[in-house]
Design a protein. Sequence first.
Length: 461
Amino acid sequence: MPIATVNPANGETLKTYEAMGEEEIERRLQLAEATFRTYRTTSFDERAALLRRAADLLDEDQRSIAQVMTTEMGKPVKQARAEAAKCAKAMRWYADRAADLLADEEPDAADVKDSGASRAVVRYRPLGPVLAVMPWNFPLWQVVRFAAPALMAGNVGLLKHASNVPQTALYLEDLFHRAGFTEGCFQTLLIGSGAVDEILRDERVKAATLTGSEPAGRAVASTAGEMIKKTVLELGGSDPYIVMPSADVDRAAEVAVTARVQNNGQSCIAAKRFIVHTDVYDAFAERFTEGMKALKVGDPMEEGTDVGPLASEQGRKDLEELVDDAVRGGATVLCGGERPEGPGWYYQPTILSGIGREMRIHREEAFGPVATLYRAADLDEAVLIANDSLFGLSSNVWTRDEAEVDRFARDLEAGGVYVNGMTASHPAFPFGGVKRSGYGRELSGHGIREFCNITTVWQGA
């Protein structure tokens, strides 16, 4: 795949870039290693000042970088501005809290004495250069939720971004440099996916984080395992959205629309499988369908647009194949189900009912504005349908019954259970999945500690 900005609203190639050669990659690896030697000794206060400055600059750049993101991957520009604002918020969150999150921990005094020590502490130390392989769907947020904690922990970052968002990738390197970070603290590598393996094998790279597809995750995990390097993987998702009889059905249907089509439906944590108790199924289906039909599909640069184009022509083809397979298998199209006329890689917001286990869309992730609707006889069947997936990223549950909340929190196989609301990442809460949705956690204290050397310091009496 060429490294290029191709506007998905019309298919026009706007900018192309040459991939970095071996000499430039080597220069950047050397710079990352040399910079880490000194950056790791800086104080939390020094790092926090730099990160707050980056947040201020991002706020100033919000409108311009939002237009770049929309041009490169097609999200509605109002959502792109919100993404930039969220990134600035996360930077300030880690700037304010990293010192406490990574403070030395003192074991129980009795245990210290029993070990024969006069003093013992657990200390969090940075690992070194960390390779981040990032996707195009949230081209700022996915990177910042790695970069902010990594930089505050004293690590340095090497970004291999998706090849269709090169301008956003270059902006991120420039942003941290303008904020005052030493040049080697955060570098963008304009490379193809084929160059990742060799870089990950380099001894100077100490760990890797990847957000992306399952095949990409398998490749990185395989190499990292061979080289005995720490990884965090956030892969695909097919999140359930369960609605029980005690729920506010009108509100659940309203939020369901946003949960499915935000970011043009191209989100790993988007609700994709809507599992509704039979007692409220018809009412929910009617309201959900009305909401999806009311969405405005169009130019993502227009403020009134709800759903823009998919990021690539291939992405639309993949989505169409899933829908066509389901229809051939007996699924009913409640709305949408086809591409609109005209240029660009658009697809209509779609709801499919009558989904069977043999259909591809039941097993695979639908990365676009397509929802599948299931009828459940009771809570037990809802859980069975929800867990009948290779993925386990997050989940959504609508109920006013606390006993049901406890059951879902206990039984759903997912990294998150969001009750009476939609899944959304926040700096304060750990984020990640189970099963084929990956392992490890981003954000919160759990995320910042993922790429730390958790060191026991023991002193004898």
